[in-house]
Design a protein around this ligand. Structure first.
Ligand SMILES: Nc1ncnc2c1ncn2[C@@H]1O[C@H](COP(=O)(O)OP(=O)(O)OP(=O)(O)O)[C@@H](O)[C@H]1O
Ligand SMILES: [Mg+2]
Length: 482
């Protein structure tokens, strides 16, 4: 009885002591000048940190100038979105900017536990309202707070945070809406824009599954791309910029542009479609390069038509041999090109773009050139190291046809395939023409009808080729007689 009474008195005394302590604190905070409050704040922090064995790290959404959202905050948010969606009880769902999916993250004041190398840490999402009354409406300031035991200071503040940033960035890349960029033709509003690229959402459906090509060649390209995307450490070790050049060449309609879309979809990269003729000069070309982001494919289509790059170096050599002739020829060509396109981009500017010092900025980039006339290009432009992999896309083989028939008609085999195979050996047809023939022409067209259309197209192509061959043979003796 006496013990119980003593305990009650003790609790009452403690309670009143705490209450008066808090009351004094409230008074201090309300009436004391800022400097004194700051001083008391520091003292309290020192006292508590002496007994409190945990360390806290805050990551704020906006730092410094408050104009740009902190990268670190966005990465933590993405990292916790995986973790918290499994264990947090209160979640918020947002369609974040540039994201293609609804992103779940932990709600305000929610707490989740995480584990790293057997060490437990805790994340809390929180926010503070700004105290000062500004004339402008002020936003609440959100932040994440990480708590861990001080004995794990080193491992958490280095390895764990690095892991969080990396995983977070990767999650963001996975969730982002991919974009297709193109450089504008430099209208008068361009100077007011922050970037020289315009973009739309990239939604091309092509994949390597739907691309008609010999399976072994396709597999080789896929492996090359995947190996590249996983070789960050390798490129760093050998001292090379993390980029790779692909030259896609072949006749029109053989799938060069389609393959670029399939590459972007395979690696989850953005696409920068660079229109060289719209680039004013080498300086603008460099600016465009600097503004591209990593995890992207920079494409220059029809490189042979984009610039007068064909064999400029050879001409320069001729220059020393025959001064007068070269001067007029090269100057006229350059002038003509300038007049036609308004572009002063030179071959050396383009070479610098591909593998100059600036080309290393950003990393993880693929540069793709396409052309119908590979033989016309300056060898310097396409040498290995600049264009590392040369891929020929050619006329449709029977193996490639089978991919198209699977895509278009859902047919793996058919009795008509034998006839098609023998006809395809005798004639050249592009995958674009095959695709067109396999498209149903009316809602009533079934697979067999489509195959018949295709056989008809093959026979016509064969006849046309034989006709051309006949004409050529007839023209030959006449030419000789002249
Ligand atoms: N290898 C292929 N696999 C699947 N479809 C293809 C293939 N090649 C061409 N096609 C079809 O033909 C159309 C034209 O192909 P694409 O634009 O990729 O050709 P290209 O080689 O880029 O031609 P160009 O040299 O004229 O730019 C595409 O829309 C696609 O549907
Ligand atoms: Mg194309």
């Amino acid at each position: 009885m006496i013990i119980a009474q003593t305990m009650t008195e003790m609790w009452a005394t403690m309670g009143s002591t705490i209450a008066s302590f808090m009351f004094i604190w409230a008074l201090i905070y309300q009436y004391c000048p800022y400097e004194i409050r700051l001083y008391f704040g520091k003292c309290t922090q020192r006292i508590t940190s002496f007994f409190y064995p945990y360390i806290k790290i805050s990551i704020h959404e906006y730092t410094g100038d408050r104009l740009k959202r902190s990268e670190a905050y966005a990465a933590v948010e993405a990292y916790l979105s995986i973790n918290s969606s499994k264990c947090a009880r209160r979640l918020k769902a947002e369609m974040a900017k540039d994201c293609s999916n609804l992103v779940l993250s932990m709600d305000e004041f929610e707490r989740v536990k995480d584990e790293f190398q057997g060490i437990q840490v805790w994340w809390v999402s929180s926010k503070v309202m700004p105290l000062s009354q500004s004339m402008y409406p002020q936003q609440e300031r959100r932040f994440y707070r990480l708590t861990f035991h001080k004995r794990n200071r080193e491992i958490i503040s280095e390895a764990y945070l690095k892991h969080v940033m990396q995983e977070g960035r990767e999650t963001r890349v996975r969730n982002r809406q991919r974009k297709l960029y193109t450089n504008g033709s430099g209208n008068k509003w361009q100077i007011y824009k922050q970037t020289m690229w315009n973009h739309i959402v990239f939604e091309h459906p092509a994949t390597f599954d739907t691309l008609a090509m010999e399976p072994a060649k396709k597999q080789d390209i896929i492996e090359d791309l995947v190996t590249f995307s996983k070789s960050k450490d390798f490129y760093a070790r050998i001292g090379r910029a993390w980029k790779r050049g692909y030259l896609l060449y072949g006749p029109p309609g053989t799938g060069k542009s389609t393959m670029i879309a399939a590459m972007a979809n395979l690696l989850n990269y953005d696409v920068y479609d660079l229109e060289l003729t719209a680039v004013k000069d080498n300086t603008e070309l460099r600016k465009l390069l600097i503004e591209t982001t990593s995890k992207s494919i920079i494409v220059i289509e029809d490189i042979d038509c984009s610039l007068e790059l064909t064999g400029q170096r050879n001409k320069k050599e001729e220059k020393s041999a025959d001064e007068d002739k070269e001067k007029t020829e090269i100057e006229t060509r350059k002038e003509h090109h300038k007049e036609e396109t308004g572009s002063k981009v030179t071959l050396s500017g383009l070479l610098n773009f591909i593998d100059g010092i600036w080309s290393a900025c950003g990393g993880e980039r693929i540069i793709v050139f396409t052309t119908n006339y590979v033989e016309k290009l300056d060898p310097a432009l396409i040498r290995r190291g600049r264009m590392d992999k040369h891929i020929e896309l050619s006329y449709c083989s029977f193996e490639a046809f089978k991919v198209l028939s699977r895509n278009y008609l859902r047919l793996e085999s058919h009795p008509l395939f034998d006839k098609i195979e023998s006809l395809m050996k005798e004639t050249k047809i592009t995958p674009a023409d095959v695709a067109e023939s396999l498209m149903p022409k009316s809602p009533l067209d079934d697979a067999e009808k489509c195959l018949s259309h295709f056989i008809q197209a093959l026979e016509e192509a064969k006849e046309a080729a034989e006709g051309h061959a006949g004409e050529d043979a007839a023209a030959q003796p006449q030419e000789n007689s002249h």
